[in-house]
Design a protein around this ligand. Structure first.
Ligand code: BG6
Length: 468
């Protein structure tokens, strides 16, 4: 590749995200030849996980667990040579800065730094100050995990601290849903085709659903869930970002600035959320999970209705739903289309209207359900499907995992698929009132689609998932 040499510093290197996504992702990028030729990876945290050798073993185990068995031992050793651990904390970066400078001496004077803060929101601010104090911010790109702050006020404070140390062009606020292949494909579908955009509005669309049920429960992440909750973890971040891509106006071009401008307009247009149209849920047994308060009323599920008061979307209900310990794992976006003005087929089946469905799984698919004539002597109708399966359609293509794609974008300095200060603040402004008066969560059974109240939320339109 033509990328400048990089020193990657991963804070929170022994944490869940680093083990699940970051190390496996960096390894895979390297394997594909997409990392810069010259690089170092420095894991960091408050305490070393044992010797350097033990740290490398931990990374090796994480890659095998989350990316699959490593076949080529020689290849792993090549990678591991560039990997080490250095202790650093919010007050002390002395050793880290030394190790980073040594690495830069070896890699060359054009070396860039990539600092990844895989740490809880409360630690982000103090970390950034530390980076400034030890001059680790120079020639650096900074990646921050979501949620960005925990409300409008803390997000603003964090932005102030950030801007004392970094320029906005150095800051990458990650929302990994935007790195998913199928999400970028929303832009292609809408703006590289003439067919869809004329229908993409309130005149033709009668509802939108963004549905992300998850089978996994909290999987031992009690601390995280208790302090964050599903609303902050998923709704005010991932699901609203998806909504941004579905709802935005055609940007003047597909670049960072234009897309951010259009997303901001969408978020500004969202009607204040109606607490009556939001259902919080908690799965049965959550309070017995280890580390969870026995009286916890943290939500593990949210379903809600949203309206965008602009010319395009006025009056179209948009339903969002996500939760843990649900019946299946899906990431499904559905646009329901209005019925034709006249019913002229006598035996027309009383089925749902036309739906355009985007399945944002690792095997991304798009399809439209249409009524069609069943071949035969009578004019009988059935439902058929026009479908495109992206991996089949483009065999040999090399899909990247969301974090891989986004890490690559950070190296290239491309902020298109990241969230801006303004977006983040607008979303907190919208969601703060809900978090200040949190609805009481309704208990729902494991392996269900959420509480009854949530199922009823869509009224005359059913939830598209589970598939009929
Ligand atoms: C993370 C959330 O950001 O996204 C998790 O913290 C959630 O709670 C995860 O499970 C879902 O991501 P993906 O890529 O597995 O759909």
């Amino acid at each position: 590749t033509t990328l400048d040499p990089h020193v990657f510093v991963i804070f929170g290197a022994t944490g869940d995200l680093a083990r699940r996504k970051l190390f496996p992702g960096l390894y895979h990028l390297w394997h594909l030849g997409l990392l810069p030729e010259r690089f170092r990876i420095i894991g960091s945290g408050r305490a070393a996980p044992g010797s350097q050798e033990e740290f490398r073993d931990m990374v090796h185990a994480a890659i095998e667990q989350f990316r699959g068995k490593l076949q080529d031992h020689g290849e792993w050793h090549e990678f591991a040579k560039r990997l080490g651990f250095v202790v650093a904390s919010v007050d002390d970066g002395a050793e880290l800065v030394e190790v980073v400078r040594e690495a830069e001496q070896e890699l060359g004077s054009n070396t860039q730094r990539l600092m990844y803060l895989a740490v809880p929101p409360a630690v982000a601010g103090p970390m950034v100050r530390m980076l400034g104090k030890f001059e680790l911010h120079q020639r650096a790109k900074l990646v921050l995990e979501k949620p960005f702050g925990t409300d409008l006020q803390s997000a603003r404070q964090l932005n102030v601290v950030l801007h004392e140390v970094f320029g906005e062009e150095q800051i990458f606020r990650i929302d990994h849903f935007l790195g998913k292949e199928a999400v970028q494909n929303i832009l292609a579908l809408r703006f590289a085709n003439g067919l869809f955009e004329p229908q993409w509005n309130h005149q033709c669309v009668c509802y939108v659903q963004i549905d992300v049920p998850e089978e996994i429960d909290i999987q031992g992440r009690a601390d995280f869930m208790e302090s964050t909750g599903t609303f902050r973890d998923m709704i005010s971040t991932h699901l609203f970002q998806l909504l941004g891509f579905i709802a935005l106006e055609p940007p003047v071009r597909i670049d960072s600035q234009s897309l951010h401008e259009e997303k901001v307009k969408v978020f500004r247009g969202i009607r204040p959320l109606d607490p009556e149209r939001i259902v919080f849920g908690q799965y049965e047994g959550y309070r017995n999970e280890e580390g969870v308060d026995a009286a916890s009323n943290v939500e593990t599920f949210v379903a809600m209705e949203v309206y965008i008061d602009n010319w395009r979307w006025f009056g179209v209900p948009i339903y969002l739903r996500t939760g843990k310990a649900m019946a299946e794992s899906r990431r499904t976006i559905t646009l329901g289309f209005r019925e034709p003005p006249l019913k002229m087929f006598p035996e027309e089946v009383d089925d749902p209207c036309n739906e355009l469905v985007l399945e944002l799984t690792d095997d991304p698919q798009m399809f439209v359900d249409v009524r069609a004539k069943i071949p035969g002597p009578d004019l009988k109708l059935g439902r058929g499907r026009m479908k495109i399966d992206l991996l089949q359609e483009f065999p040999g293509s090399e899909p990247l995992e969301a974090y891989e794609r986004l890490l690559l974008d950070v190296m290239r300095g491309d902020q298109t698929l990241f969230t801006s200060t303004e977006e983040v603040e607008l979303l907190w402004r919208l969601t703060d009132p809900i978090l200040a008066h949190r609805p009481e969560p309704v208990i729902y059974p494991r392996r269900s689609y959420g509480p009854q109240e949530a199922l009823a939320l869509t009224g005359e339109f059913r939830w598209r998932v589970p598939d009929a």
